[in-house]
Design a protein around this ligand. Sequence first.
Ligand code: C2E
Ligand code: CA
Ligand code: CA
Length: 611
Amino acid sequence: MGAMVGVTTSAVAAHDSKNPTITVIAAIVAAVAISRVIVAYSLPYRKQGNTKLLERVFETGAFSYATALGTLAAACIALDAPTIIQLMTFTAAIGYGAGISARNAGRLPIAIGQLMLSITPACIVLISKPGIAPRFLAASLALFALAMISIAVNVFRVLRNSIAAAETSSRLAEKMQVLARSDVVTGLLNRAGLNHHLAEQLPKIDPDKKFALFWMDLDRFKEVNDSLGHQTGDKLLAEIASRLKACAPSEATVARFGGDEFIVACEMTGRREVEQLASRMMDEISRPIRIDDDRLEIASSMGIALLPDDGEDFDTLMQGADLALYRSKVNGRKQVTFFDPSMTRNLVRRREIETELRLALQRDELSIFFQPLVDLETGRIRAFEALVRWFHPEKGELRPDEFIPVAEETGAIITLGNWITAQAAKAAAQWPEDITIAVNLSPLQIKAPGAALGILSALRDAKLSPARLELEITETVLLDHSQNTENFINELADAGVRFALDDFGTGYSSLGYLNKYPFSKIKVDRSFVSGINQGKKSDAIIRAVSGMGATLGMEIVAEGLETIEQVRAVSEAGCTLGQGYYFSRPVPDYLAAMLLAKERESASGKTRRRG
Ligand code: C2E
Ligand code: CA
Ligand code: CA
């Protein structure tokens, strides 16, 4: 528009003044105006973003145009063009100078330069004119220029400050966003960061490759935190984070989730590579960690889901890896599990169990079965193990392996466990004095506050002597060396309650525990017994454990005896007690009482016959 005004003004001035000098200057004004428009629209350097060159071109054009316009106005005054033409060209020059100094205030030298170039020629001509009016006009023009410069400087300052403020706040916003997406302890991405990162990454994945999501959960991290303090816990997490970063491919996304969960996500060529990376990461985590003066060893469980095999989007991938991780934990931790679709079905069942378990106790769907432990030498029942049973009205009989882990996870095991102990104690109180009752305890039950008192009060209510109760615990309970566990065991042992180490041989089988805690029995896991005919190794293990048991004064129980051959083999190997279908399946309390009665009857029969 400015250029158009320049062109028309100069055309009219040339036409009306009929003066060759004015016509030449007018032609220059028009030429500069037109060429500026052409240059502005056709410059190839605009695309390259070469701002320096752009500025120079603009500056040259601006100064030439201002000079041309200013000179036109000055020429019209000097050469006494018709008054209206003088007024027109003068107004055009002054108007341009004033307008441009505000518009270009962001570049002060250009703004002031244009202002001065458009005003000065007229000013000079006016001073040289005779009379007061032209000189007065020249003086007020000078004042006007000063005022315009001051306005331009002010506008420039305002602009500069607000740009600086905008830059600062955008830098701050960027910083905040980085902070909001990262984990303070490890510097890795957090949940929000991972979501954001993967949402960006997933659409770019090569369709010929696999995208793997590894979800890791440190085993028993909470105990490190509780026993050594949060600072040590944080250092441990940071160390694991840096190990994972170092061992994952450089383009992998590494994040920390929740307390002790880590996620690594990256593109892989195939399943083999996924497996290799998984085992590398597991090794890295379990490598001993030195923190201050502590040497820590921590293991982890892992679940893996793959794209496109296990799902199409981020959410399904996460869900798959989570389910696979859960399976790793259920299977005894320290494992790597790949997602498979059956896990989703299991999840549904698990959720059902979770909700229905709460009602099961009220609805009277649970009961306790009893399985005898038989003296391998005399063949007589010495104890019963209490095994919980759930008869679900629709699903039928549910296995403890299926609902006990759910109860443990939801915490329902505390109520359930108390109920089981109370029921078992009540049943045992009806049996002869020399028969003991064995009750399985979950780790969580032991850690619950007042756990020992609860058991003692159940015994009191049932009027059962503490010496007749045996608590079966697995090694996992002892692994954490927690003071709570130790107090629990000691408190009950002092009251006369006995302890059995359950499922021996499946876990770490660390012999250290046997010395440290007052176990009266070791129960050798079923897997050793059923393998007795096939492998020589399990036989050797049973022999070794039996030998040790004899030395330490502990009884050795062989679990899962199903055939007479197995009974003979374990008995020959040195086990003192046997348990299994060969003797009896777990049975309800009245049948357990009947087994006892029958045994006593035949025993007394024998005595009578002998007598
Ligand atoms: P466990 O403590 O090792 O219990 C022995 C399991 O072996 C029982 O399975 C029993 O029915 C089974 N069994 C006994 N003899 C034989 C045999 O000859 N052959 C075979 N194949 N199996 C035999 P159950 O009752 O299904 O219990 C499974 C596990 O669930 C138990 O393993 C125990 O860890 C847990 N559990 C059961 N009842 C309770 C409970 O009341 N409280 C807690 N915390 N856990 C329980
Ligand atoms: Ca048991
Ligand atoms: Ca067992």
